[in-house]
Ligand binder design. Sequence first.
Ligand SMILES: NC(=O)c1ccc[n+]([C@@H]2O[C@H](COP(=O)([O-])OP(=O)(O)OC[C@H]3O[C@@H](n4cnc5c(N)ncnc54)[C@H](O)[C@@H]3O)[C@@H](O)[C@H]2O)c1
Length: 375
Amino acid sequence: MKSVRLGIIGGGLMGREVASALGRWFALTDVPVRMELTAVCDVQEGVREWFRKVPTVRLLTADYHELLDSPEVDVVYVAVPHHLHERIYLDVLAAGKDLFAEKPFGMDLAAAQAIRDGARESGRFVRCSSEFPFLPAAQKAWQFLRKTDIGKLLEIRSGFWHGSDLDPAKPINWKRQNQFCGEIGVMGDLGMHAVHLPFRLGYRPSNVFAQLQKVYTERPDGKGGMAVCDTWDNALLHCELQVDGKNVPMRIETKRLAPGEMNTWYLEVLGTERGVRFSTKEPKTLWLFDRKREQVWERYDVGQGSSGFGVVTGGIFEAGFPDCFLQMWAAFAVEREGLLGERFGCVTPEEAVASHELFAATLRSHAEKRAVNLG
Ligand SMILES: NC(=O)c1ccc[n+]([C@@H]2O[C@H](COP(=O)([O-])OP(=O)(O)OC[C@H]3O[C@@H](n4cnc5c(N)ncnc54)[C@H](O)[C@@H]3O)[C@@H](O)[C@H]2O)c1
């Protein structure tokens, strides 16, 4: 089996998640390539040390240029704060490596466009991370929506909710400061999760009216003082799509202050005849609406058997975050080989730029208190 060698830049929360996913690669049954982690770069020594437990890692470095110079790296996954995305992503491409980027694909629209252009010019294979649509029930929802006539499209809702920022004593981190996270704040963190599947289904908004909230403006700095917390906490995006000459409402929500929510993505697509409802709060439950003689919401219990890529895990067993993360990596590896076929793929550079176009229009809408058209 062909081996693809991966280097990680940024070994924090997500870097470790990737190492763990690749460590379970053998659970995939129909992926004709193997990905192995060979090199890791992080500026923090303690973070680098953790990767010593991964037997395939041969290079640990604090300087990402050293990782990019390594002939033992084919693909680079970058998971660093957002203000570093553009520089590092472009350096990866200039080094002749393929790129698995983390969202939001640059801290703003200009950065996302520059990365997309760099990807085109380099000819390298580039995709962006967004794992939740790879859950088996979400895959079933995607298959249903692309193949079924749901009647006249009534409404789309997709949102991503966190709740831990409700605690004012939660210490600050880079994700809560514009200079590191970007002016788009919570949308940079959570927006890609909310738009990936709607965009892939062709639901592209033509305008947006936004409501943004900053609730906690400072947080403990972890050293006994307080630090400025200037990112948007919650963002409600009231959008419209044009379908058959008519406006269809689409609401995208990204919230850090959502009471009772740990890490919830939900999707609802309603038509006059059929509909779909899914939430990661009930990750193995898919609801499908059918307007028969009576109106019916059918509840499907979905196991790993509906995953996009086969796994040794029993088909009836339930899936969680590590499973959809592994599926996303399988999709990256298989699409890179040109073998994805009809299966669901990772976020493309064009989709990532489209998400930034929406978020940039959102900022303008909120500032000007009006609906803003999208190209
Ligand atoms: N796909 C998802 O579900 C998901 C979830 C969380 C975060 N993310 C994204 O992943 C990225 C990283 O987030 P995280 O939560 O892992 O952050 P993190 O703070 O846990 O990790 C970032 C790491 O980058 C390292 N770093 C910073 N500057 C560096 C440099 N110049 N060279 C090498 N390493 C450097 C830091 O030391 C840190 O270990 C962000 O883009 C974030 O939006 C994605």
